[in-house]
Design a binder for this molecule. Structure first.
Ligand code: NAP
Ligand code: ZN
Length: 347
C-alpha cells in the first residue's frame, strides 16, 4: 500500500482535518500521481456536509486534480513519469456498456465511480479524492495537461470546466445566440468564458450586485440582477440557452420564462431540494430542460486541449490546505473569485 496524507471530513458536522490513509498499490493499468493542486468545488461542500444524503466517511474531497506522474503500471501506454496530468470527477466505470463504449463514461449504465464519496468497484475500498498528497488512478481516467497553461488555474477545468463546456456544446451554442449564465461562481465563470469563446452574446444573471464589473471582465456582454424584477421582466422570452449553475434552492419556472421559443434550460447546479416547475412554462414555447453531468473522458481531453489552444483557464485564489474550512464558508457566502485552488505543497 502507498501511504498518503490528506484533509478529510470525518462526519457532516465537524470541520475538515488532517488525515492519513493508504492508496492501493499500482495495478497494471494504473497511473500514480503526485498532486500539486486541487480545486474546491461546491460539490465538495454538498458532500462533506451530506447535503445530498448517503455520504461516506471518512471523506477526502477534491475532484479538480492536477499533478505529475510519478509511476506507471506495466501496461500503461499513454503516460510516463514526469507528465503533467489531470484527474476529474470520476476514476472508473464499467468500461463496457453502451455509454462507456460511446465515450460517455459519466453516464455508465452501472454508474460511474466518483473520485471520492464512492465505493471503488472492488466493493470494499472507499474512493478518496484530491485534497491529498497523491492518487492512484486507472489510465483511462487520467488526462493530459498542456505545460502551456498555469497548472493551478487549470485545476478547475477538471470539473467546473467540463461541466459547463459539455452542455454548451450539446446545446450547440454558437455565434449569434443569446446565452444566459445563472450564478457567477466556479462553474458560472467558466460557463461565461466558454459561451463567449463560442461567439454567443452572453448575459450573467446573478444575485450579487458586486459581480457586475467582473462579469464584463470575464467577457459577458450584459449583467442582470435576478432580484431586479423590472429588468428580469424585460427579458421574458429572450434567451436561446440558459445555463443554471446555482448551488442553492431556487425557482426554475422563473428561468424557463426567460427562454425564447424552443429555448433550452441547461441544469448543472445541484441544490438539495426538488424545485417547483410549471408545465405551462414548458409547453407555451416548446421549451426544454436538459440536465448534464460533467463530460466523458474524450470530451474532457478535447476541452483541455481547446483551453490550452485558446488560453482559457479559471480565475483562482490559491490557498494553503489549512484554509479549507474558511474557504467553504466563503464559497457559501458567494465570496470567491472565482475558484479556490489548494496548493498541495502546503499539506
Ligand atoms: P459556487 O462557486 O459556490 O457558485 C454557485 C453560485 O450560485 C454562487 O456564486 C452564486 O452566484 C449562486 N448562488 C448561491 N446561492 C444562491 C441563492 N441562494 N440563490 C441564487 N443564486 C445563488 O459553486 P460551483 O462550484 O460553481 O457549483 C455550482 C453547483 O453546481 C453546485 O450545486 C455543484 O454541486 C454543482 N455541480 C454540478 C456538476 C454537474 O456535473 N452537473 C459538477 C460540478 C458541480 P451569484 O453570486 O452570481 O448569484
Ligand atoms: Zn465539481
Amino acid at each position: 500500500m502507498i501511504p498518503a496524507k490528506a484533509y478529510a471530513a470525518l462526519d457532516p458536522k465537524t470541520p475538515l482535518q488532517p488525515f492519513s490513509f493508504d492508496r492501493r498499490d499500482l495495478r497494471s493499468d494504473d497511473v500514480q500521481v503526485k498532486i500539486h493542486f486541487c480545486g474546491v468545488c461546491h460539490s465538495d461542500i454538498h458532500q462533506a456536509r451530506d447535503e445530498w444524503g448517503g455520504s461516506i466517511y471518512p471523506m477526502v474531497p477534491g475532484h479538480e486534480i492536477i499533478g505529475e506522474v510519478i509511476a506507471t503500471g506495466s501496461e500503461v501506454t499513454k503516460f510516463k513519469t514526469g507528465d503533467l496530468v489531470g484527474v476529474g470527477v470520476m476514476v472508473d466505470s464499467c468500461c463496457s456498456c453502451k455509454n462507456c463504449n460511446n465515450d460517455q463514461e459519466q453516464y455508465c449504465n452501472e454508474g460511474m465511480t466518483g473520485t471520492y464519496n464512492a465505493m471503488e468497484r472492488d466493493g470494499v475500498t472507499i474512493a478518496q479524492g484530491g485534497y491529498s498528497s497523491q492518487i492512484v488512478v486507472k489510465e483511462r481516467f487520467v488526462l493530459h495537461i498542456s505545460k502551456k497553461i498555469d497548472p493551478a488555474a487549470a485545476a478547475p477545468l477538471l470539473c467546473a470546466g467540463i461541466t459547463t463546456y459539455s452542455p454548451l456544446r450539446f446545446a450547440g451554442v454558437k455565434a449569434g445566440q443569446k446565452v444566459a449564465v445563472v450564478g457567477l461562481g466556479g462553474l458560472g465563470h467558466m460557463g461565461v468564458k466558454f459561451a463567449v469563446s463560442f461567439g454567443a452574446e452572453v448575459t450573467v444573471i446573478s444575485t450579487s450586485p458586486g459581480k457586475a464589473e467582473d462579469a464584463k471582465k470575464l467577457g459577458a456582454h450584459h449583467f442582470l440582477l435576478s432580484t431586479d424584477k423590472a429588468a428580469m421582466q424585460k427579458h421574458a422570452s429572450h434567451f436561446d440557452v440558459i445555463l443554471d449553475t446555482v448551488s442553492a434552492n431556487h425557482d426554475y419556472t422563473f428561468l424557463l420564462d426567460l427562454l425564447d421559443i424552443e429555448g433550452k434550460l441547461l441544469i448543472v447546479g445541484l441544490p438539495s431540494k426538488e424545485p417547483n416547475l410549471s408545465p405551462f412554462s414548458l409547453i407555451t414555447k416548446r421549451r426544454s430542460i436538459i440536465g448534464s453531468m460533467i463530460g466523458g473522458m474524450k470530451e474532457t481531453q478535447e476541452m483541455l486541449d481547446y483551453c490550452a489552444e485558446k488560453n482559457i483557464v479559471s480565475d483562482v485564489e490559491v490557498i494553503p490546505v489549512g484554509y479549507i474550512n474558511e474557504a467553504y464558508e466563503r464559497m457559501i457566502r458567494s465570496d470567491v473569485k472565482y475558484r479556490f485552488v489548494i496548493d498541495m505543497a502546503t499539506l
